[in-house]
Design a protein around this ligand. Sequence first.
Ligand code: HEM
Length: 114
Amino acid sequence: MMGEYWLPPELFSLDPFWRNFFDHKTTVQFDHRLLAITTFVLIVVYWLRARKSDLPERARRGANALLHTAVLQVVLGISTLLLAVPVVLAVSHQAVAVLLLTVALYLQHGLRRA
Ligand code: HEM
């Protein structure tokens, strides 16, 4: 929830419309939340499917690392929000975002020979 709402009513209150995506704090946070949920759900679905297929060892390790890193990232993100953005958590969350991208590249590389 954001404040009292699942879908905040003021999402598109700025004019012109496109400015909301850059200058409206609520809209930016809401976009981040949607992208975070989408990314996380896709990673879980990917992992469930990868588990059933016959992947090379490196790719299997990459898929497992991707899931673990995504869980860590979501836990850090939610903790950052609930504790009102302590710098150490916020910075860790940003660093783990880079780690998540790195793990995704590692996985992609491991899949090249699959
Ligand atoms: C795949 C990458 C990422 C995932 C899965 C993710 C996930 C999350 C989640 C679930 C939250 C809780 C916020 C909410 O529900 O409203 C959050 C908060 C936050 N994230 Fe991320 N995040 C990612 C990348 C990033 C990046 C790259 C940055 C900045 C460079 C960032 C900055 C923040 C900040 C500042 C918060 C706390 C304040 C707020 O909610 O606006 N995140 N993140």
